[in-house]
Design a protein around this ligand. Sequence first.
Ligand code: AP5
Length: 189
Amino acid sequence: MRIVLLGAPGSGKGTQAVRLKSQLGVAHISTGDLLRAEVAAGTALGVKAKAVMEAGQLVSDDIMLGMLENRLAQPDAAGGFILDGYPRNLAQANALDALLVRIGQPLDMAVLLEVDNELLFQRLAGRAQAEGRKDDNPETVRERLRVYAAQTAPVVGYYRERGQLAALDGVGTLDEVYARIVAAVGARR
Ligand code: AP5
């Protein structure tokens, strides 16, 4: 299966992708994790990306596409993947389509996790305390949610128009949300 996982910051994409990856035996590709690895390694790209991420903005489309293309070329992605954090705007959605056609791996579906902003704030505040992720402070979370609404939300319509979208309630226990995802993915297999 080749799946795009959509949802606002804190909607549970990363958490649910880890479980789904094991069940489907596919690669979990988180562009946020790829960027954080570059930041931790202190690469030139990481130095550039750090400030952008800490401001809650999007890293440039060119950088992200190059990074994604390299990751999709790794052997574990040949049997399918869950994309978590990409695409984040319409330009990225178009670039992804073109890339997947080129490598002969068309997308099966997009899954959207819907969670209201108040709960997203609560979850990210909890993670800020537990893990200290730099971009989980209230000011940056507000900006990440603003960027999501302005740039990423239109991507939902992009997949809906193609009949590829499963929009799911992302509120509930981890098991409840996961069961909804498994049912939606099962219906497309
Ligand atoms: P990224 O790492 O992708 O961050 P994000 O989209 O903001 O996602 P999060 O990791 O905050 O949330 P999530 O939906 O994965 O939720 P999670 O499962 O972690 O991106 C970070 C930055 O990198 C971006 O701001 C941007 O700068 C840059 N970037 C990345 N991709 C890019 C791209 N394509 N283009 C340009 N720039 C890009 O859960 C959150 C918390 O909630 C956890 O503590 C979890 O335990 C908890 N939780 C989850 N589900 C539940 C539940 N059901 N009940 C209770 N708690 C829950």
